[in-house]
Design a protein. Structure first.
Length: 259
């Protein structure tokens, strides 16, 4: 059993097309999209159309998929920076909604939360696919301190194993695969392997390639590979510039990676 999983396209049609070409070459038994398809990118409608045309792709929703067309408000005690971020997402959501048909928006909102694959009758060997974590689409599963130190030269936010108990404590699986945090990495939590398959777009590190995960069941366990795909980054930046959507300059910067 070979499963290709990609996540966090964020309206990046050029990156999505490149990833699907690479996935097709791997000849997987199943392709799964793990959420965040449209918001932030230049061609949200085209991304939905492409996924809908691929009957071999199973999709689940992410946090930004649910934001489009819905009212989101910051917490009452939010600081100025948080309120500004919520306002930015509100404007981007309004712009993105205007690019979609009512049918496309309904399709996006109706996507399921998760997908579980069972290679055997033992649930401890299952593959659970979610957007962010098994509880909700918002709470991140962060890389270990060691990985953060290696990739960024610092620890931005520590998340010890004990903190993950709230998100993972009652989950049975061998592997949980997810996106949301745009950084490819593996983390072991007890008997569960946490596989961040990263993102097609908006990388959190300096590697601007589109990324996805390839998981193969064999010899009684899951083997996990992160794949990295070159694509025409400048073409996607040009498409963003042409949209003049709210905050497009920031998205162009993010496509170029984060130091």
């Amino acid at each position: 059993m070979k499963i290709a999983i990609f996540s966090d396209v964020h309206g990046n049609l050029t990156g999505l097309e490149a990833v699907l070409r690479d996935i097709d070459k791997q000849q997987p038994d199943l392709i799964v999209f793990a959420g965040d398809l449209c918001l932030m990118g230049a061609r949200p409608s085209a991304c939905i159309t492409l996924l809908q045309s691929r009957k071999d792709i199973v999709s689940i929703h992410g946090n930004t998929d649910l934001m489009i067309g819905r009212t989101i408000s910051p917490p009452d005690d939010a600081d100025e920076a948080t309120r500004a971020r919520f306002q930015e997402f509100k404007l981007k959501g309004e712009w993105t909604k205007a690019q979609l048909t009512a049918e496309q928006l309904a399709w996006l909102h109706d996507l399921p939360f998760s997908l579980r694959l069972s290679p055997t009758s033992d649930a401890r060997q299952d593959l659970l696919i979610v957007h962010a974590n098994p509880k909700d689409v918002d709470g991140p599963i962060l890389p270990t301190d060691e990985v953060q130190q290696e990739r960024f030269g610092k620890v931005s936010r520590s998340q010890p194993d004990e903190e993950l108990e709230l998100l993972l404590g009652d989950v049975t699986a061998e592997v949980i695969a997810y996106g949301h945090v745009h950084l490819p990495n593996l983390r072991q939590w007890g008997q569960i392997t946490l596989a961040n398959i990263s993102s097609v777009s908006l990388p959190m590190d300096a590697d601007t390639r589109a990324k996805y995960g390839l998981l193969v069941w064999g010899d009684g366990r899951w083997l996990i590979e992160h794949r990295f795909v070159e694509y025409d980054l400048e073409a996607e930046k040009t498409a963003l510039q042409q949209t003049k959507q709210p905050g497009w300059e920031y998205v162009v910067k993010r496509l170029g990676g984060m130091p």
